[in-house]
Design a protein around this ligand. Structure first.
Ligand code: FES
Length: 200
């Protein structure tokens, strides 16, 4: 083989190497561009998502007054369990007999510690969670046990009295199957609930 042929072959091989390197560079550059574009799109998406939530916050659930019971059907010391249309359990207790709405209190009966059922103990003048001996005062403030350690009171619900009837204000979210029913959810502990929602 002549020097000329040899040089020609080597030059061709150099050109092929350069061409190969050039396509690899193009590929890497393209991949970087796509990657950066994707990252930018993702960060813009996150930004607009947060901005949308800031500018158009989701509306709070509408509130409404729901009938609970005939007030005179509850004696001092009585309590009942009420379930909101969204299914949240509420303990309603009668703690006095002055004849106004302040005789009653409505507190979430779901323990803020791990969610066990809290109940009113009139003999001990307290709300009590048996799971870990969580104790709440008559106003729902945690005074002992894990809820007190974490300063977790029982959320309170507004009540009103009209013509001797007790009403509670609750979120009006309704379960998808419409399971919440006014008359099926009131259960006075130790008493029966009649057809009108009062206590028999
Ligand atoms: S769940 Fe009520 S004290 Fe733990």
């Amino acid at each position: 083989m002549s020097d000329h042929e040899s040089n020609t072959g080597s030059g061709q091989s150099d050109r092929e190497d350069e061409s190969g390197q050039s396509s690899r560079r193009s590929f890497v550059a393209g991949a970087c561009t796509i990657g950066m574009g994707g990252a930018l799109l993702a960060s813009y998406g996150t930004f607009f998502s947060y901005a949308g939530r800031y500018l158009y916050p989701s509306k709070p659930a509408p509130k409404g007054w729901m009938f609970v019971t005939v007030a005179s059907a509850m004696k001092v010391g009585d309590s009942l369990t009420y379930r909101t249309p969204a299914g949240a359990p509420v303990a309603i207790a009668r703690q006095a007999e002055h004849g106004d709405v302040d005789d009653f209190i409505a507190l979430s009966s779901q323990c803020p510690h791990l969610g066990c059922a809290v109940h009113w103990e009139s003999q001990n003048n307290r709300f009590f969670c048996p799971c870990h001996n969580g104790v709440f005062d008559p106003q729902g403030n945690a005074v002992s046990g894990p809820p007190a350690d974490a300063d977790q009171p029982l959320p309170r619900f507004p009540l009103k009295l009209e013509d001797g009837l007790l009403f509670i204000e609750v979120d009006m979210d309704v379960l998808p199957n419409g399971a919440a029913s006014q008359h099926s959810v009131n259960e006075l502990e130790g008493n029966d609930v009649n057809e009108s929602g009062g206590i028999a």
